[in-house]
Every structure is written in structure tokens, then in C-alpha cells.
Design a binder for this molecule. Structure first.
Ligand code: TGC
Ligand code: FAD
Length: 390
């Protein structure tokens, strides 16, 4: 089968190195050959394709932009292209890889002790250990600084954790949870809680209409006692979890370009084939205007993330720049998916075509990792100097 060709309207491919293209293409083939064939079942049954995890690990996609500890150590543009290809398949697949790499491996890498890095990172890079990231609580989503989960120092050393986390990707399948809690009524700290620790239970959240190929759960901590070496020593205060979000949002800004690209190509191919009033649907001006708008927006989004990648590579990236890219590209992808859904007519609502799945997924992607409103407020604060969150 010919390899999938993504939109290259501004010859953005020429901005990538041969190595970056080669990494992208190997993930592209993996998604086409191994992922796309299982997505319909996975989506219908609300299951994650667990059998792919070791292959994803073997491809070096977990924590791929981290150096050492058996991670692939690829550059941030190549990492973005990996995210783009995965999300061309499904946002849930990209989420799995984002959570593992950016939200679990990264904090261990950036804030962990050497022993924690040695214990977790090589296994996580291979997919032998799965992680989840517990920040959101039932009453604290956009405002994680209000969290009520507590960690209490125990007289003999170690900590007791109490509280509940909600909407946690991979929560029910994780071997280790990165949990954020307020320590002794003061600052927010990160803790590594292994599966099976007494006082730590999880429950699966069913009935999602979005991201059905991803497992979402709740984490419950009731007098959950963990050892003194379970705290992340270097991550102190709310900026520690927010720093993880910056890593994940970077990947999402790239990833959703892949979902938009899939929807655009589906709409293009469909309208070229579909005969309406004796000519292909793609031959009508109204339809071409919609396709042109998709090309315009996807191309702008591609250029945005390439420059974001350059900023990250040079160490100059700022959270408000990541906010702009995450916000813009998620909205762009959601609009493309909704437009493509409409252009497929009744076929747009059936899972024989990927468009409705992408459209529903992108509702979540526009909400998690900071809602569109929150990113507007981050940008607003940056340009005015006035915080309008409350
Ligand atoms: P604020 O005063 O703004 O910040 C507190 C400290 O943190 C620093 N900071 C950041 N650092 C790194 N990256 C960022 N993005 C940062 N944003 C802020 C900041 O400089 C400050 O440092 P310092 O040294 O002064 O202490 O805090 P705030 O309480 O006013 O909150 C700001 C706000 C609303 C933007 C923040 O709370 C926020 O981003 N809310 C959205 C929450 C969110 O995105 N949750 C995501 C949960 S995880 C998830 O959804 C995973 S989905 C699965 C997947 O990724 O696939
Ligand atoms: P709320 O904060 O209640 O927001 C509701 C509405 O109010 C939104 O429109 C929002 O934009 C708006 N709003 C909020 N604040 C303001 C304001 N100041 N001004 C104006 N409007 C405002 N979290 C994790 O920690 N780990 C995970 O792995 C994870 N995975 C997820 C997977 C899925 C499938 C989903 C759906 C969510 C996941 N989340 C995860 C949670 C996600 O990060 C939160 O849902 C998100 O941050 C929004 O929080 P909320 O749902 O409580 O919405």
C-alpha cells in the first residue's frame, strides 16, 4: 500500500531533516499497519489496544525526547512529528504516549532522585511499566491550585495520602501514579504511588462519548501510606505539575494536526468520489471553499508548531507560547473535524469512517490540558499583565 501523504501545501516537509522524516515515516507506517485496523473495535468497546504497548515501546516512542535511561533521545521536532502521526490514528493513542512520556516520565526525569529515575524510567521507556498523572480532582479541574488531596508526614518517616483524583488517563492500568497533593497543609508536592499500595484504589469511568479508545479512571487514596523515598525531591509548588503540563501541551499542539489532516484527507477523497447532481461533490464551489479553509488552517497550524519546536529546541520556549499553540491547533482540528463530518453527509456519523471518532475525541482534547478559555486567559495575562482567572 502507498504510504500516507500528509498535507504539504507550503512544503513544510522541507523544514525537516532526513532523520526527522525517517522517524515520522516509521510511525506513520506503524499507525497505518498496526493501529488503524483495530480502532473501530477499540472505539466501539471502550478499550485501549494494550497489545500495542510493547510495540510502541520497541519503536522508542515512550519518553522519546528524554536523554538516557534507555529513552530514544530524539529532538523536539521529531517528537512533535511522532505525536502528529499517532493522533492521525487516534487522540487516545497519542494521549497514552503523552501521559506516559510527558506527564509521568518527564516529572521523574526532571524532579526525581537518581534512584527513582533508575527504578522507573527504563521500564517505562519499554512500556513494561505504565504511568498515570493525578492532578485533577472532582472540584478542581481548571484550578488545580485549589486541590484538597493531602499528604501528611508520618512520625516514623514516609507519608499518608488522602483524597480523590478524577478523569485520570490510564488510571486503572497504571503501575505507578504520579500524584500531586498538598504536603502538611503547605506546598504542593509530587509523589510516586505504586499500584497495589494499601489504601490506593482505582475505578474505571465508563460511558464517555469521546476518547473511547483511552481508559479514564478515578484514583482514591484513603490513609495510603508510602515510604519517604516516594516523594519527588525537586518538584515543589504548583509550578511542578504545571511544568509537566507544558511538556504535554507541546505534544498535543503537534498531535491534533494529525487528527485534522486525517479528517481533511477523508473529506477530500470522499467528495472527489461522491457524485451529486451528476458531478463529484468536490466540483462545487461551496465544497472547495471548505476544503480550502482546511488547507489554510492546517498549514498555519503546521508552521506554528514548527516554530514552537524551534523555540523548545533552543530552550527559549515560554508557557504562554505553548498555550497559544495548544489552543489554536485544538480549535483548528475540532473545526476541521466538524466540517469534514458534515461533508460526508450521513456517512459522517458512522464509524466506518474515522471522522466522527476524531470529532468526538477532539472535544476532549480541546478541554483537557487546559480548556480553550484557560489558554485565552493565560495569553490575556501575558499581554495585559492582569490575571483574570478569578
Ligand atoms: P500561576 O500563578 O499561574 O502559576 C504558579 C506557578 O507555576 C508557574 N507556571 C508554569 N510553569 C510551567 N509551565 C506552565 N504552563 C506554567 N504555568 C504557570 C508560574 O510561573 C508560577 O511559578 P512561581 O515560581 O511564581 O510559583 O498559577 P494559577 O493558580 O494562577 O493557575 C494558572 C492556570 C489557571 C493557568 C493553571 O492552573 C492551569 O494551567 N490550569 C489548567 C489545568 C490543566 O491544564 N490541567 C490538566 C490536567 S492533566 C490532563 O489534562 C492530562 S490529559 C491527558 C493527555 O495529556 O493526553
Ligand atoms: P472546569 O474547570 O469545571 O471548567 C468548566 C468550564 O468553565 C470550561 O468551559 C472552562 O473553560 C470554564 N472555566 C474554567 N475556569 C474559568 C475561568 N476562570 N473563567 C472563565 N471560564 C472558566 N486530568 C489529569 O490530572 N490527568 C489526566 O490524565 C487527565 N486525563 C483526562 C482525560 C479525559 C478524557 C478528560 C475529559 C479529562 C482529563 N483530565 C485529566 C482532566 C482535565 O484536565 C480537566 O477536565 C480540565 O482541566 C478541565 O477541568 P474541568 O473538567 O473540571 O472543567
Amino acid at each position: 500500500m502507498a504510504q500516507y501523504q500528509s498535507l504539504n501545501f507550503f512544503d513544510t516537509d522541507s523544514l525537516f531533516t532526513a532523520e526527522q522524516i525517517s522517524i515520522r515515516d516509521s510511525v506513520r507506517d506503524f499507525v497505518t499497519d498496526r493501529v488503524l485496523p483495530v480502532l473501530q473495535d477499540s472505539h466501539r468497546n471502550e478499550t485501549f489496544p494494550m497489545h500495542l504497548v510493547s510495540e510502541i515501546g520497541d519503536l522508542g516512542l515512550l519518553g522519546a525526547n528524554l536523554k538516557g535511561y534507555e529513552c530514544a533521545g530524539i529532538d523536539n521536532i521529531a517528537y512533535g512529528l511522532v505525536m502528529q502521526e499517532l493522533e492521525r490514528g487516534d487522540s487516545g493513542l497519542r494521549s497514552f504516549v503523552s501521559v506516559q512520556g510527558a506527564l509521568c516520565m518527564w516529572p521523574i526525569y526532571a524532579y526525581g532522585s537518581e534512584e527513582q529515575k533508575q527504578k522507573y524510567l527504563p521500564k517505562m521507556a519499554k512500556g513494561e511499566f505504565i504511568g498515570c498523572f493525578g492532578l485533577t480532582e472532582p472540584d478542581f479541574g481548571s484550578n488545580p491550585g485549589g486541590m484538597t488531596t493531602t499528604a501528611k508526614s508520618l512520625p516514623g518517616g514516609g507519608y499518608a495520602i488522602n483524597g480523590n483524583k478524577m478523569w485520570i488517563t490510564n488510571g486503572t492500568i497504571a503501575d505507578v501514579a504520579v500524584v500531586w497533593a498538598r504536603l502538611d497543609g503547605e506546598r504542593i508536592r509530587g509523589f510516586l504511588v505504586d499500584k497495589g499500595t494499601k489504601g490506593f484504589t482505582t475505578s474505571l469511568m465508563k460511558g464517555k462519548f469521546s476518547l473511547r479508545c483511552s481508559l479514564t479512571g478515578e484514583l482514591h487514596f484513603q490513609d495510603c501510606e508510602i515510604s519517604a523515598d516516594s516523594i519527588l525531591p525537586e518538584g515543589i509548588g504548583l509550578k511542578a505539575p504545571l511544568g509537566c503540563l507544558s511538556q504535554a501541551r507541546y505534544g498535543i499542539a503537534w498531535g491534533v494536526v494529525g487528527a485534522a489532516d486525517a479528517c481533511y484527507h477523508e473529506a477530500l477523497n470522499y467528495t472527489k468520489e461522491r457524485m451529486i447532481f451528476d458531478k463529484p461533490l468536490a466540483g462545487y464551489q461551496l465544497v472547495q471553499a471548505k476544503l480550502a479553509k482546511m488547507v489554510q488552517e492546517i498549514t498555519k497550524a503546521q508552521l506554528l508548531v514548527i516554530q514552537l519546536g524551534n523555540l523548545k529546541e533552543s530552550g527559549r520556549i515560554q508557557p504562554h507560547q505553548i498555550s497559544l499553540a495548544k489552543m489554536n491547533n485544538c480549535r483548528m482540528a475540532l473545526d476541521c473535524a466538524r466540517e469534514a463530518r458534515d461533508m460526508l453527509g450521513a456517512n459522517g456519523i458512522i464509524d466506518e469512517y474515522p471522522v466522527i471518532r476524531h470529532m468526538l475525541n477532539l472535544e476532549t482534547v480541546n478541554t483537557y490540558e487546559g480548556t480553550e478559555d484557560i489558554h485565552k486567559l493565560v495569553i490575556g495575562r501575558e499581554v495585559t499583565g492582569l490575571a483574570a482567572f478569578k
